[in-house]
Design a binder for this molecule. Structure first.
Ligand SMILES: [Cu+2]
Length: 263
């Protein structure tokens, strides 16, 4: 353990034994700076989370990343304070029982107001991010209908192209990168969950209720999708994938799917 430097606190007057840490005001900023530096240097600032391969998913990721930074600050302040008290006020040989008091209104107000502010900030950030993520574009580039059923998925594109689960062939939906796709999500039978981990996105597919949401992929690639609600015997077979391609590739793919496709 790091050796602590002490100096005599002259303000303590008669009780010259009272010791203070050298420049205690510097310790927390230094610790925070060190932690931030270590985290950025190690490139672990995504904390093992998916960073979100859509703009909506990335917003969710950024929200949780901010929460974790806040947790780190709270932890450093809390455990730092605890350690400080242990070292500074630990029992010494000739200690008497210290002065006892019933309460300290000032400190109690501080430790009530600060957490209330933190919770308020978390609430405000959550609401504004959710509003952003749930916003539906009035003029999306693509309208896609996704139908969940026991046990598979159907992806229906506007020109009649339909990709559907067939036995053990998992369907693949294709999305254009950088374009907003408005999804209409329905279920034919029971509750299913449309879930793409890489998008940091999950939404119920409900019988008798239609969910709408936007997906704006910001990264090319192929991502795994699943049903996230236990929906019966072959629930585990409700896999699919998402392939994000450039808009030009998307248009070529869509017309190659044929069925008298018109742009
Ligand atoms: Cu399902």
């Amino acid at each position: 353990m790091k050796k602590l430097n002490f100096r005599t606190d002259t303000q303590a007057g008669r009780s010259g034994r009272r010791l203070a840490l050298v420049r205690p005001g510097w310790r927390i900023p230094l610790a925070l700076g060190g932690a931030a530096l270590a985290l950025s240097a190690c490139n672990v600032t995504d904390f093992g989370m998916h960073t979100g391969a859509t703009t909506q998913g990335h917003d969710i990721f950024s929200l949780y990343q901010t929460f974790i930074y806040m947790v780190i600050v709270v932890a450093v302040v809390t455990f730092g304070g605890l350690l400080y008290v242990l070292v500074r006020f630990g029992r010494r040989k000739d200690d008497q029982v210290p002065h006892q008091r019933h309460s300290n209104v000032k400190i109690e107000i501080i430790y009530t107001v600060i957490p209330a502010i933190i919770v308020g900030a978390i609430f405000f950030m959550s609401v504004s991010t959710e509003n952003k993520v749930d916003a539906i574009s009035p003029n999306p580039s693509l309208n896609l209908t996704i139908t969940a059923f026991q046990w598979g998925w159907r992806f229906t594109y506007p020109n009649g192209v339909s990709i559907v689960s067939q036995g053990e062939n998992y369907p693949q939906m294709v999305l254009p990168e950088g374009e907003t796709t408005k999804v209409k999500l329905v279920s034919k039978d029971v509750v299913h969950g449309f879930y793409i981990a890489a998008f940091d996105f999950s939404r119920y597919a409900l019988p008798g209720f239609t969910n709408y949401f936007d997906l704006t992929p910001n990264r090319l690639g192929t991502f795994v999708g699943r049903c996230s609600q236990l929906c019966g015997l072959y629930h585990a077979e409700m896999l699919f994938s998402v392939r994000v391609v450039t808009p030009a590739q998307f248009n070529a793919w869509l017309s190659s799917q044929g069925k008298g496709a018109t742009a």
